[in-house]
Design a protein around this ligand. Sequence first.
Ligand code: NAD
Length: 336
Amino acid sequence: MKIAVFSTKSYDEEFLAKANEAFGHEIKFLEPRLTIETLSLASGYPALCLFVNDVLTADMLERLSEAGTRIIALRCAGFNHIDLAAAQRHNIMVVRVPAYSPQAVAEHTLALILCLNRRITRAHARVRESNFSLAGLLGFDLSTRTVGVVGTGKIGLAVVKILAGFDCKILAYDLYPNKEVVKKGGTYVSFEELMAQSDIISLHCPLNPGTHHIINEESLAQIKTGAMLINTSRGGLIDTPSVIRSLKSGKLGYLGLDVYEEEGDLFFEDLSGAVLQDDVFARLLTFSNVIITAHQAFFTEQALGEIAHTTLQNITELETTGKCGNVVTTELLGAK
Ligand code: NAD
């Protein structure tokens, strides 16, 4: 099938081209993000392959449908950036890669926790300047802490398994409790209890209307003073101005982000020669107890290989049978 791949980076091309040796699709790699301005590039392609910041609105889907697009193949798990109701109205099938390497995201989550706790970036910068002082680098033993995991699906469970190895006390919150979490020693509590009792709060639920800004002024008021917040899920889970206020007051002690609500204009690009225009993001960068990575939690060899294979497999299944187990519909919004 003819596929236009948007937001292509060198690694996307490398892994998709290799995986395509087994499928034989006709792939066009395009660097631009899919936006209303770049929509015309999709013309003539029945399948589009999109990434996390290729936002598809109802208006765009209507135009794509008129231009003959039939399949949107997301090379990611989240689908909050696609108007699914509009896709259904226009008979455009949306498929995703529901699981590629939960381990990749879970391990990055732990990397953020450990870096924040042991002030690794600060320590490294100091040593490079021949400053070998330990002042300000004091950490804590992770085994003495309570970690609250919000959303215990594939990634949340992988995080719980790693945390169990660190001997942490684990609290969990999910609409659908997972027996595996309990087997690993986790205890399900209400969201309010988790916020109030956790030293570290890690977000792993999808972004949907029920979770949008789940971290806000009200929920942050409940946390322990000095708690750590980690978000490797989706930026929209957090109301960033509230988090900044909490950091300024010292209530929130540490923040680790791999995602940011307005990341679409920043992440995945080299903007080192440009002036940063996002004042909220710029404020986050001023805190020494904040670490931000640019949506790289998924970025391992294993995950990229799996994403490429499943994406092309999804398209082949739809092309040959009209069906695919990885189709996303509005029923999946907020449901398991
Ligand atoms: P999953 O579907 O396996 O698990 C999500 C869990 O969240 C489910 O158990 C679900 O019941 C729960 N949930 C849904 N609504 C909830 C709510 N209102 N409150 C509490 N829990 C709720 O998904 P996953 O594979 O574990 O991925 C989780 C999220 O991680 C994805 O939605 C995606 O946004 C994000 N993600 C980020 C990266 C990255 O590189 N940073 C990579 C992959 C996925």
